[in-house]
Structure formats: structure tokens, C-alpha cells
Design a protein around this ligand. Structure first.
Ligand SMILES: C[S@@+](CC[C@H](N)C(=O)[O-])C[C@H]1O[C@@H](n2cnc3c(N)ncnc32)[C@H](O)[C@@H]1O
Ligand SMILES: O=C(O)C(=O)C[C@]1(C(=O)O)C=C[C@@H](O)C=C1
Length: 247
């Protein structure tokens, strides 16, 4: 994957009009670099997926990775679990992402059962699954569509199944939120992004990536039927939750 991946310079020159952020070919070409430099804890969250699957996934069960982008979660799972331990189904709306994910997975994990579907996670016809990964994807759905997707995922999970939900979050307290966002921008500066890149990306993501509060996520999971959910990771304004369906 790294061979054909470029440094993210998408917002490095001044733009007359900053377009809405979209997962097009330009983003696909630099996505591994973009997400690593833009999401605090991304590598750690990915690394834990294999350990969580090793503990919670029924042997041979299906794993859905919704908004799978280039299939990074599939690569981590394949690095931890043998081929017969799970069947992977990645789903993404972006044709460019799907094409690259298919190439990568065929080349890197030829012995694992890996499929990547081009589709919308709001309307997909789901098959029963032991684990669902929703890493930095729910935040891109219109807020009014989120409840129905989480309810659908609850129904899709087998008894004893788990949902891993990672998201950019906002703090309910205004001052706390401002502090987190400022330090997040420091994090981006430290990772080599300029003021112009930070500000143009922020404009491009306005009304496209709409974060919920952590409490909002927990309430939605409870409404959908999950009996328990924990926040197991937080780094600045990025967090990951695990939700359990009763066995
Ligand atoms: C930030 S990326 C996810 C990163 C990825 N999960 C990872 O860990 O590398 C969000 C992805 O969600 C996809 N996406 C957005 N809305 C979607 C939808 N309604 N159905 C399917 N995929 C969607 C985008 O195309 C994009 O690839
Ligand atoms: O750059 C930002 O401000 C982000 O919120 C990072 C973020 C995300 O959280 O999904 C936004 C878009 C890209 O997909 C990669 C990372």
C-alpha cells in the first residue's frame, strides 16, 4: 500500500473556493498519510482491533468494516488472526477507495476470505456478523440517518457480537471543546500541516463531518439495544467505543 501512497498536500495551496471534502481519487492517493497525520491514535486503534477480535469474535464469523477506505482494518485483522478465523466484508461508497482496497487485499492477504463491496451502509442488505467495525465513518452520515444505521447494526450482530465505533467527537462543554480543538490543531502542526492546510481542510469538512458528543454516542447505542458500551480509547477529540450485544 505504501508504494503507491503520496504525502497529503491537498490543501497546501490557496484555493479560491474550498470544495466540500470528498473521498475522490486525489484523497485516495494520499489517504494512508492523511489519516495517520490527521487522526490522533489511529495506529493504536487499528492495532487493538486484532486483539479485540481475538477476544470477542466467534471463530469463523463475519466481520463488517463499514467505510473501509483502503482496508487498513482488514490488514490488521489478517496480521493477528489465521485465515479460518473470520470472513471480512469491507463496504465503501467511494469507487476509488473500493478499487484500491480490492487490489491491496488481494496482494497482501491472498489466503484470507476478503471481499470489498461498493455500497451505502445506510441501505446495505446485511448478513449476520460477529463483529462490526465503524471507524471514522458514522461522522460522515447526516445526523438524522445515524440512529437507523446503528439500529440496523444491532440487528445484524449475532448474540455475543461487538461493534467497534471510532469517531471524532465534540465536548459538550464549550471551553473544553475549544481546548481540545486547539490542541488538535497543534497535533496537526506537529505532524507537518501548515496553517493554510489546517484552515482549508476545516472549511472543506464543515457540514460534511459533523461530530456527536461521547454521551450522544452512548445514548444512541443504548436506544438501539446494546446492553453495554465502553469508551476504551480517547486522544484529544477522537475516541473509540465498544458496544456489546447480549449473548
Ligand atoms: C475516514 S474514512 C474511514 C477510514 C477507515 N475506516 C480506516 O480505518 O482506514 C470514511 C470512509 O467512509 C466512506 N463513507 C462515507 N459515507 C459512506 C456511506 N454512506 N456508505 C459507505 N461508505 C461511506 C468514505 O468513502 C470513506 O472511505
Ligand atoms: O482532518 C481532520 O480534521 C479530520 O477530522 C480527520 C479526518 C477524519 O476524522 O475522518 C477527516 C477526513 C479524512 O478522512 C481523514 C481524517
Amino acid at each position: 500500500m505504501s508504494d503507491a501512497s503520496y504525502r497529503d498536500a491537498i490543501f497546501s495551496t490557496p484555493l479560491d473556493r474550498v470544495a466540500r471534502f470528498s473521498f475522490d481519487e486525489k484523497v485516495v492517493a494520499c489517504f494512508p498519510d492523511m489519516i495517520r497525520r490527521s487522526v490522533p491514535g489511529y495506529g493504536q486503534i487499528l492495532g487493538m482491533l486484532g486483539l479485540i477480535a481475538a477476544r470477542h469474535l466467534r471463530h469463523g464469523a463475519r466481520v463488517y468494516d463499514l467505510g473501509c477506505s483502503l482496508g487498513a482494518s482488514a490488514l490488521t485483522l489478517a496480521g493477528r488472526l489465521p485465515p479460518d478465523a473470520f470472513r471480512y466484508t469491507g463496504v465503501d461508497l467511494s469507487p476509488a477507495m473500493v478499487a484500491r482496497a480490492r487490489e491491496t487485499l488481494a496482494a497482501e492477504c491472498p489466503d484470507h476470505v476478503m471481499e470489498v463491496l461498493e455500497g451505502d451502509i445506510r441501505t446495505l442488505d446485511y448478513a449476520p456478523a460477529g463483529m462490526v467495525v465503524l471507524n471514522f465513518t458514522l461522522q460522515f452520515l447526516a445526523p438524522e440517518d445515524r440512529d437507523a444505521v446503528i439500529e440496523r447494526l444491532f440487528q445484524t450482530l449475532e448474540p455475543g457480537g461487538v461493534l467497534v465505533l471510532s469517531e471524532k467527537v465534540k465536548a459538550a462543554d464549550e471551553q473544553e471543546n475549544a481546548w481540545l480543538v486547539e490542541r488538535y490543531h497543534d497535533f496537526k502542526r506537529a505532524n507537518g500541516y501548515s496553517e493554510m492546510e489546517i484552515s482549508q481542510k476545516r472549511t472543506a469538512l464543515e457540514n460534511v463531518l459533523v461530530p456527536d458528543t461521547l454521551a450522544g454516542h452512548h445514548e444512541r447505542l443504548a436506544r438501539a439495544g446494546f446492553s453495554r458500551a465502553h469508551t476504551w480509547f480517547q486522544f484529544l477529540n477522537f475516541a473509540s467505543l465498544i458496544a456489546f450485544k447480549d449473548a
